[in-house]
Design a protein around this ligand. Sequence first.
Ligand SMILES: O=C(O)c1ccccc1N[C@@H]1O[C@H](COP(=O)(O)O)[C@@H](O)[C@H]1O
Length: 224
Amino acid sequence: MTIDVKICGLKTAEAVDKAVALGANHVGFIFFEKSPRNIEPDDAARLADRIRGRAKIVAVTVDADNDTLDEIVSSLDPDILQLHGHETASRALDIRAIYGRPVMKAFSVREADDLRAVEAYIGIADKFLFDAKAPKGSDLPGGNGVSFDWTLLDALDAEVDYMLSGGLNAGNIREALQMTGARAIDISSGVESAPGVKDLGRMEEFFDAVAQACAEPFRSRSTT
Ligand SMILES: O=C(O)c1ccccc1N[C@@H]1O[C@H](COP(=O)(O)O)[C@@H](O)[C@H]1O
């Protein structure tokens, strides 16, 4: 059993190279000024060029306007645009049409009702991402190292293609995969030694834990 793994919030060549060498098939760059993982589009492009074609390049944006997206897309040429703000379904549709690339819409989850929002994006978002709601006082809509109640995903239509995110780390990834049957995972602060500082040792531990978990029998998301 193999799954998609995205390492997010990369800022150095060492971290990008290591992530892909360990088996990440998605790498994420954060374009959000308040984040300790924020990166300039040209710097992200230089890093992405090291691994282009070997992993999907994901641009993480938060309620970005077209000028901002123009700059990111023209510099970085991402494979996927992750929309991690309050982008409506209509805005997501526009972004997909304007930039001609897949969009992954992030949803903040704390309770069952939070998943109702997904319906409006079916047929519009190419992929979904479920992250925990930001804790009170956080300036960040993601990257907070907080997980949510994974059993809430039981209510999700089995056809919804999603990445599981929020507070994942080497210590909980086995349980997360067992409980959700997720086929794609996304991690940022769980492989850091400090906010925005990726730790190569923690990355290794994480990929070891993923490999072990994937060697075990996996829950099917099919409802039949
Ligand atoms: O990581 C950030 O700083 C960030 C800023 C703005 C939007 C999204 C951000 N990160 C996303 O958060 C999740 C997972 O974070 P964590 O593993 O809980 O730290 C992931 O989707 C990132 O893309």
